[in-house]
Design a protein around this ligand. Structure first.
Ligand code: OAD
Length: 237
């Protein structure tokens, strides 16, 4: 795999062993909220205080969790192959803290907040940024309210052009910890396959789009990935 172009797509399952709950293992509720209430532009318009407090809780949680062996293994894979792109659906920063560089966060990030006026994102993780009161931006003459820098349902994922380009050009496409329910992320494996890539899955159980994978490893990412990565890096090509 060393000389190949590798794209990895991760989902909530890779952070599960770090203590962050996945989305579809808990009755369709996100920390006791309905998805529509906390993860849509309509939810934000209807009750911004509720949505803000929900994401502030998730932002504070970042201080309580740490990368697990699966995050570290992907950082090692990045160092070992010539061409590597890591795309994540996760909004946590565990890939970066595990040593991965230039991570493409297609569903946004928790550490940044977005100005409702200009659309600009700013890094806001100081202690004074973590409370339940709304925050304002530092980019506008008249500071505007900040919103979570998250892609909600009904909004366009980020950096799609870059993602499609990398997937179309890759030799190996690896999915880790994703249920294959949310598009366009769930469709990337089909694109990779159509363009001739070998497709690999590492997941706790069979996802929605299982048939799209040439190679399937069922089990916990933190237990399986370190061994898989060592094996891939010792492959001849
Ligand atoms: P899901 O919660 O839908 O799926 C998580 C997947 O990880 C499931 O298939 C689990 O079996 C698997 N899993 C759980 N623990 C695991 C472990 N230790 N090792 C490996 N796999 C494990 O999460 P996503 O597919 O990431 O979008 O969900 C996609 C999107 O849906 C999220 O990005 C979010 C959500 O709505 C937005 O917020 C826009």
């Amino acid at each position: 795999m060393k000389q190949q172009r590798v794209v990895v797509l991760t989902g909530a399952g890779i952070s599960a062993e770090s203590g962050i709950r996945t989305f579809r293992d808990n009755d369709g509720l996100w920390e006791n909220h309905r998805v529509e209430d906390v993860a849509t532009p309509q939810g934000w318009a209807a009750d911004p205080g509720l949505v803000w407090r929900f994401y502030q809780g998730r932002r504070r949680q970042l201080h309580e969790v740490a990368p697990n062996p699966a995050h570290l293994a992907l950082a090692e894979l990045q160092q070992g192959v010539e061409d590597f792109v890591l795309v994540t659906q996760n909004v946590d920063d565990l890939h970066e803290r595990g040593g991965s560089e230039d991570v493409v966060h297609m569903h946004g990030r928790l550490e940044t907040l977005r100005c409702e006026g200009s659309g600009r994102s700013e890094h806001r993780m100081e202690a004074s940024d973590m409370g339940d009161e709304f925050l304002t931006c530092s980019c506008c003459m008249e500071p505007q309210r900040l919103r979570p820098d998250i892609v909600w349902f009904g909004e366009m994922p980020m950096q799609l052009e870059r993602i499609y380009e990398a997937v179309e050009d890759c030799d190996v496409f690896i999915v880790v910890g994703s249920s294959g329910h949310v598009y366009p992320a769930a469709g990337l494996v089909l694109l990779a396959r159509k363009c001739g890539a070998r497709t690999v899955l590492v997941n706790a159980d069979a996802p929605q789009n299982l048939d799209a994978f040439d190679e399937v490893h069922l089990g916990k990412a933190g237990e399986l990935l370190p061994g898989l990565v060592s094996g891939w890096l010792s492959e001849g090509a």
